[in-house]
Design a binder for this molecule. Sequence first.
Ligand SMILES: NC(=O)C1=CN([C@@H]2O[C@H](COP(=O)(O)OP(=O)(O)OC[C@H]3O[C@@H](n4cnc5c(N)ncnc54)[C@H](OP(=O)(O)O)[C@@H]3O)[C@@H](O)[C@H]2O)C=CC1
Ligand SMILES: Nc1nc(=O)c2c([nH]1)NC[C@@H]1CN(c3ccc(C(=O)N[C@@H](CCC(=O)O)C(=O)O)cc3)C=[N+]21
Length: 295
Amino acid sequence: MAAQLLLGKPLAEKIKAEVSQEVVDLKAKGVSPSLVAVQVGQNDASRVYTNAQRKVAEATGIKYELQELSADLTQDQLLEHIAGLNNDPNVTGIILQMPLPPQIDPKVVQWSIAYEKDVEGITPTNMGLVTFGKPRLVPCTALGAFELAKSTGVDIYGKEVVVVGHSDIVGKPAALLFLNAFGTVTISHIATGQRGLSEYHVRRAEILVVAVGVPHLIKGDWIKEGAIVIDIGINATKDGKIIGDVETEVAAEKAAWITPVPGGAGTATTAILMKNTIEAAKWQLEKKGSGIITG
Ligand SMILES: NC(=O)C1=CN([C@@H]2O[C@H](COP(=O)(O)OP(=O)(O)OC[C@H]3O[C@@H](n4cnc5c(N)ncnc54)[C@H](OP(=O)(O)O)[C@@H]3O)[C@@H](O)[C@H]2O)C=CC1
Ligand SMILES: Nc1nc(=O)c2c([nH]1)NC[C@@H]1CN(c3ccc(C(=O)N[C@@H](CCC(=O)O)C(=O)O)cc3)C=[N+]21
């Protein structure tokens, strides 16, 4: 295997050490950072994430609560629940776990989260700040992909960056982060795939980020020699393993750097969620003074 493995753990450990110190500093100012995860119904991938959240929150000193609500909850009931968390001064961070049951429109509820408690950066205010290059609370997985790429030491300026997948939570914000760093960004998505053009774009990528959720969608021999490959996909196989969206073993023969699944992007995501929980608590502290959005 020619590629070096781009592991999530070193980045996660560095972030966790910083977060632990920030928790101590905030507590000295009378602020106790706390994260509430809201889970509506059950979901396996979400459980993997909430288990990881509890572990990392406890390790860094952040207060953590998982609130499990019934799958037959109405949208109005969920909105009321979120409003209660928005108004609770003891809650400094809110994450609404996905997916939601079909009777609930995710955007309506996500956008009802107070932007200064929006630790996933999915409200229009926080996504707007990312768009305008003044990020404050940034979608965790997208930021993880960006930080992992940066951690290789490769300069993003002018590089051909291809993002496969355009979801609001991963693909779109990842593309914006690389654009803000002056990457030449192409976003490839379902329509690109339907025209059979995914391979064409992937072959040009010096930095490739894939967030689709289709096991081994990206063939190993499409990878450009020396590329950085960041595989976000989490796909469960029949025999209970987790695999990514990229044919990792074949891709590793050409890439310079490649994230493993598991052990890559997912590990970074949870640490960044805690970093955002600290950032949110700080923002609330600042807002007490001015009420102005500071990017
Ligand atoms: N490691 C981590 O921390 C995280 C991992 N994930 C994983 O990442 C994957 C993607 O998640 P997420 O972005 O939330 O998923 P979504 O399902 O929201 O988005 C997938 C995207 O891929 C696009 N797409 C579908 N098929 C193709 C194709 N053949 N070619 C190109 N694009 C295609 C979709 O387009 P369209 O919608 O228009 O059809 C959509 O934009 C999943 O496996 C998920 O489990 C997610 C979050 C965190
Ligand atoms: N609002 C919302 N935001 C999300 O970001 C979100 C969500 N809902 N629902 C579920 C999916 C899934 N997801 C994962 C995050 C981390 C790991 C993770 O830590 N994975 C480890 C493996 C952990 C293990 O194997 O136990 C790794 O890939 O190395 C996995 C999956 C975030 N998601």
